[in-house]
Design a protein around this ligand. Sequence first.
Ligand code: M6R
Length: 615
Amino acid sequence: MCGIVGYLGPKQAYPILIDGLTRLEYRGYDSAGIATLEEGGKLRVEKKEGKVANLEAHVAEDIPKGTVGIGHTRWATHGPPSDRNAHPHAGSKGRIAVIHNGIIENYESLKDLLSDRGHTLVSDTDTEVLAHFIEEVMTSTGLDLPEALRIALKEVVGAYAIVVLDQSQPDRLVAARKASPLVIGVGGKNDFFVGSDATPIVAHTKNVVYLEDEEVATMTRDGKLSIRTIGDADVTPEIQAIELEIASLEKGGYEHFMLKEIYEQPRSIRDSIRGRVNLQRGTTTMSGIDENWGEWEKAQRILILGCGTSWHAGLVAEYLFESLARIPVEVEYASEFRYRNPIIRDTDVVLAISQSGETADTLAAIRSAKDAGAHIFGVCNVVGSSIARETDAGAYTHAGPEIGVASTKAFTAQVAVLTAMALHVGRRLGRVDDGVFMRLVSGLDNIPGLVEQCLESAPAIGEIAKLFAGAENALYLGRGYQFPVALEGALKLKEISYIHAEGYPAAEMKHGPIALIDEDMPVIFIATQDDVYEKVVSNIQEVKARGGQILAIVTEGDTQVKSLADHTVEVPRAHEALAPLLTAIPMQLLSYHIALLRGCNVDQPRNLAKSVTVE
Ligand code: M6R
């Protein structure tokens, strides 16, 4: 949510900032802007509503110059997308420029204070209030930027990752964070790169410092990086090497990131189970669990927290853990959890799931569970992310960077890791019998090849998409392990094609949604052959009797559902606990093709952003 980039060094800043903004556009794409210090220390701010390309076109005739600068791509919170509300925002004297990701919660009271002191604001944003406030502190105290910023931030309530450029200090860039991520890249030539994540940085350096909450970093042209806390303590910067490869941030010949990420799933699932599931030895390995085995051994309940697709992966995990480890599971929307005074006991294990590792709701829920004394285990994709760092132990998903806003490979990687975890815990607790354990170990090992086969149905799904692309509503139905996949299918469709879609347990349909069914209603059934297959067949009959258009995802060789449904897509046969890893694929392909046919921006759907770092 909102992309931030900054540069200080010997090179021209503009190309670095624009390249960084283009890579960060998945975080927000309402407007984009940059500020550089041009010759003579003149602050130049350029910003434009819309995509980064609009900004580039806007400055094409007169490219901003200077070797220090900041850039921002916005996901609007306060004030609609417009040139005026785009970042960077300048203070009233035009001395500083600020870019910001997060929300300043006390911006109204700061605004009143500033208006009493004669400040006039020109945008609707909380960020402009912050820029004026910092400049006001600088002017009234005579302090230089890092110190004034530290003092100013003591008064600020809310979440922020900010980078500030001061016209009077062309050899310095200052950044700070609280509850919104910020990464500093340390180059080899006395140069620094700042990013809201590592994506704008990796092309330049692999050495990074993750700023912690309430830290203010000052970068200077002689290559010095100093960090002080808002409470005025010195911090020694800890440089870490990141493994991210630049190629993983490119489309690699695919038309969209989403399509590339769908096709990467055989690899991303394989990477996520590698070293964790060993077919030859017939074992699972989960060091994060083993090192904290006491917590799992005494667990009376697993509390799963997540949002969106990660919450859906959590629902699959509920079935997995209850069936394989026989531990009761509750799956909570992270956003609801912390606001309802939840009961947490020391026999609870909290499992937080997040692709980005930066989702503000999930992070806040983790913190409140931690305060209540729970042991927190994280399943994250982004290495070094806030959630990965704030959990007591965890497992990375190794899906690689996911750029498309609609989560695809992250979901299957999460489910694969959660399956390995449930198997591992179940085995150690002695609750999975050897036969089932080995069937699942071997089945999981086989899954990447079966996902490959699922991808072969893409052309057929492209044809079915043509029949559904004009729909206004759609219903996704599944039971058991396939119910969360139905929810995920519906989410995929609505977020990228803007068709209203609902996911429902198939049997619940007759308690209400059945009233919606007519000949214009596509109904997507997940009807793989498992324990509830016959029940789902009955639900299909009920829809057919009411004229709904039925697409069914079936196990290969199925004849019964094929004779009922208007269209079917086959997936290979797999154990029911592993089948979500297969049925998710046609769901993703269907929404991708429908969105494409409707002319939607598949990778950057309206109103959304990849990583939701505001509550
Ligand atoms: O990064 P996270 O997994 O914590 O993100 C959670 C949701 O914001 C995310 O899954 C969102 O729902 C996706 N757009 C779904 O495709």
